[in-house]
Design a protein around this ligand. Structure first.
Ligand SMILES: N[C@@H](CCC(=O)N[C@@H](CSC=O)C(=O)NCC(=O)O)C(=O)O
Length: 274
């Protein structure tokens, strides 16, 4: 494990770290904020999964989570969104390849060797945070493609994650252009496999053990074609899933929207992780 940077922030420490990942077969970079106040027992931690084109850095420097995380005694981890580097495949498109891992384990060449972001987030990272940093209960959140990752990974791994929220998530990748393009490339044409990575399908099949908090801006340019929040509202209603899905008037898809509501999300996680 290599420490790339370390800065004091609101009395806690904001680090950027790099490690060799067994899941992706590449080095992976992530940020880790640890709060100043050590409570009783291991520090609870929220993992924030970012969206298309992002690295660990976007949420770390733009979401503004550190002040509230310090107050609540929460650690926050921001992983990268895909494997990177010359040894991993890529595509010239912003919505496929490096920066667009879609939180699945690819089954199709050339992606299948490295693009294993489901295993990285669901298994390798939680074990690393527990074993190398002594962190405790885990919550999962994310934005857009990362909101899709948070919803799908948490529902499939309720034994690993205790709390769940999302900002402007892609709620049904099977039914939007970003998702269909990524799933065709990474997973092939097996629709049953696609459904195992689709939040609307999973909420009907598995559900989530707690309340899901979702914020979505009404001025988000991706709302109608890509994100389709109404499909998740309908799926939750039909499945009897507890969910607080808040349509936030006038907010767009940016990190200004995330920064506005990050405090609510961290409080939602802190309440469940105690
Ligand atoms: N370049 C693309 C859209 C890129 C974009 O908006 N990325 C979002 C996430 S979208 C869903 O996963 C993002 O978080 N960007 C980084 C940031 O710091 O804002 C286009 O122009 O259509």
């Amino acid at each position: 494990m290599e420490t790339l940077s370390e800065s004091l922030c609101f009395g806690g420490v904001q680090r950027v770290l790099r490690h060799a990942s067994a899941a992706t077969g590449t080095d992976m970079t992530f940020s880790l904020y640890t709060p100043p106040r050590a409570g009783a027992g291991p520090t609870p931690c929220v993992i924030f999964l970012a969206g298309l084109t992002c690295t660990h850095e976007n949420a770390t420097v733009k979401a503004g989570f550190q002040r509230v995380a310090a107050e609540l005694g929460l650690a926050v981890v921001c992983p990268d969104t895909s494997p990177r580097g010359e040894d991993a495949p890529d595509s010239p498109a912003y919505d496929l390849g490096q920066g667009a891992g879609f939180y699945v384990d690819a089954t199709q060449p050339p992606w299948d060797r490295n693009f294993r972001m489901f295993t990285y987030v669901a298994e390798e990272l939680p074990a690393l945070l527990r074993d190398s940093f002594g962190l405790g209960a885990l919550g999962l959140t994310g934005h857009s493609m990362g909101g899709h990752g948070a919803l799908t990974i948490a529902m499939r791994r309720p034994e690993t994650f205790e709390s769940l929220s999302a900002f402007a998530p892609i709620v049904s990748p099977m039914n939007c252009p970003w998702g269909r393009k990524a799933f065709s490339a990474y997973l092939g044409e097996d629709r049953a496999l696609w459904a195992r990575h689709d939040a609307c399908a999973l909420v009907r099949e598995l559900g989530w053990k707690g309340e899901i908090l979702v914020d979505q801006g009404t001025a988000d340019p991706f709302l109608e074609d890509q994100l389709k929040t109404a499909l998740f509202e309908q799926a939750c209603a039909e499945a009897g899933q507890r969910a607080r899905i808040r349509m936030q008037a006038g907010y767009d898809h940016s990190y200004f929207f995330i920064a506005t509501f990050i405090e609510d999300h961290l409080r939602h996680h802190a309440a469940a992780l105690r």
